[in-house]
Design a protein around this ligand. Sequence first.
Ligand SMILES: [Zn+2]
Length: 258
Amino acid sequence: MSQYEIYAIKYAHHARRAAENFIGGDPHDGPMPLDYFVWLVRGHGRELVVDTGFSAAMAAKRGREHLRCPTEGLRLLGVEARDVPDVVITHLHYDHVGNFDLFPAATLHLQDLEMRYATGRYMCHECFRGAFEVEDVVGMVRRVYEGRVQFHDGDAEIAPGISLHLIGGHTMGLQVVRVETRRGAVVLASDASHFYANMEQTRPFPIVWSVADMVEGYRKLRSLAASPAHVIPGHDPLVLERYPAPAKELQGIAVMLD
Ligand SMILES: [Zn+2]
């Protein structure tokens, strides 16, 4: 059976309050910051990056703290972004798709529904388009015309032991990545659950296309993973506390999830 290594690489940070992370706020409101990650999956001669993060310029525009270019984090793990053959784009929000021009060799894996969402009628409303950047979306259209996007319609195995699963909820076409590892199937939830608390307490995140699909998604995440502890939320600083760094000099930057 194919088993892979998985790394979470932190590239940015944002201080905010807990009330901003749940629909209906939080009665015990206090600091609840977000970390921003990209993920690396490798093994059996394969190298796959999940999401591409945002640039320092975008961090300045959106008031986020940029720590390093995601490609620098990859380099610390021995991976050159320009050579990476496959990138999964979980969804087209600015913090997941901003640097894809730094991955010129990559085929980008995207759900049909996500492109439809990002280019269709719902983007007429600020509440749905707020986390999208039009230049990112247009950039993705250009990649389509270059023949560099592989679309998926629902669940798909893209390599032995690596599969994509449509969840929706947060955006119409949000997908998650299931990876076989030596500790069993790990699921990179991306924004299907920003924090452990969203899925564990069934308290949805307020940036949402369909609350129903988001809540159903928490159940799907658990059913895809070897255990609830095998689901990796997309923005939770606890990920860096719960998992070990692959080397001393990578402490606070990257952790091993396998
Ligand atoms: Zn996000």
